[in-house]
Design a protein around this ligand. Structure first.
Ligand SMILES: [Zn+2]
Length: 311
């Protein structure tokens, strides 16, 4: 992919190091982060934060309740520019490059989804707005406060529907490359596009759908696979502008495979428990990304209309 002429989004905030992450040095903040949508599933996160000894709950159904329950007293919604010299982006050359790249990817998603919304090309859950409203990308180091609670960067990138913001510690790109063995710029772009996918779901009401007879985890898998599919739709639509080629597609599929629940669990304790899956298997994540990437049509991303065993 090529980013030479791509603008950088202005919907961006550098929160800096540990701003508002009070008490997050260890397990003190465990359970504080509620109702968010993440890139990584439960066990994947446990593996990532095993050093901290903290476990974070994933709770798509308690969304509204947890957001409103957590908002008071956290003060996480106040956008504040980090003081000069203490920002995340100027902490290292790698961070600076990651910030620029992330802003460019976000700008591309803004262009793509503005177009998709104006054309009404979205799954219909009864309340799709006519126009796209853009989310803000927050970069931070170590820990961050959000309307959904506070979080250490070890939870991985996430989206908080309570403040319409995407959160990422840019060092996650290094985690992808080294620990998850998912290198490449398009793999990184997939991360941003996946979180933007959760924002789309928030706008169209997909995050509020419960499926009769299903466990919370099973419905979570639908939500996450749809976000992967929407990331693919972005890739398809931006293909010409960003010169996205076959090797880029392979990078994204490698990343989607690396963060499948079965793969992450297999790397952990070694035993795989499908009932605990929240994000889908590697095969499912790859398949739904491809569904979006091949079709370029978000209406093909209706994971809620597919039988559980056909996902
Ligand atoms: Zn997700």
């Amino acid at each position: 992919m090529r980013m030479d002429n791509q603008r950088e989004s202005s919907n961006f905030e550098d929160r800096g190091r540990g701003r508002g992450g009070g008490g997050m040095g260890g397990a003190a903040g465990a359970g504080a982060l509620m109702g968010v949508f993440r890139l990584l599933g439960f066990r994947g996160v446990v593996i990532a934060i095993i050093v901290l000894g903290a476990v974070y709950l994933f709770n798509p159904f308690g969304l509204r309740e947890s957001i409103f329950g957590q908002v008071a007293g956290l003060g996480g919604g106040a956008a504040q520019q980090a003081a000069s010299g203490s920002g995340t982006c100027d902490a290292s050359q790698a961070n600076a490059a990651a910030c620029t790249f992330s802003r460019q990817v976000l700008a591309s998603t803004e262009d793509v989804w503005a177009q998709q919304f104006s054309q009404g090309r979205l799954p219909n859950y009864g309340n799709t707005p006519a126009a796209y409203s853009e989310p803000t990308l927050v970069v931070f180091s170590d820990s961050v406060n959000t309307a959904c609670g506070s979080a250490p960067s070890s939870v991985g990138p996430f989206y908080c529907p309570g403040d319409n913001q995407l959160y990422i510690d840019p060092t996650f790109y290094t985690v992808m490359e080294q620990r998850l063995r998912a290198p490449g710029d398009f793999a990184q772009a997939y991360v941003i596009a996946h979180e933007v996918g959760h924002h789309i779901q928030n706008l169209i009401g997909a995050t509020q759908i419960g499926v009769r007879g299903e466990t919370q985890n099973q419905t979570s898998v639908r939500v996450e696979l749809q976000a992967d599919c929407l990331a693919g739709v972005w890739g398809h639509t931006a293909q010409a502008d960003l010169a996205i080629d076959d090797s880029d597609l392979r990078e994204a599929l490698t990343a989607a495979h690396a963060i499948g629940d079965d793969t992450l669990q297999g790397q952990g304790a070694g035993s795989v428990n499908p009932a605990s899956f929240t994000h889908g298997t590697s095969a499912q994540r790859m398949r739904w990304f491809r569904t979006g990437f091949d079709s370029g049509d978000a209406r093909q991303c209706d994971t809620f209309s597919v039988a559980q065993n056909a996902l």
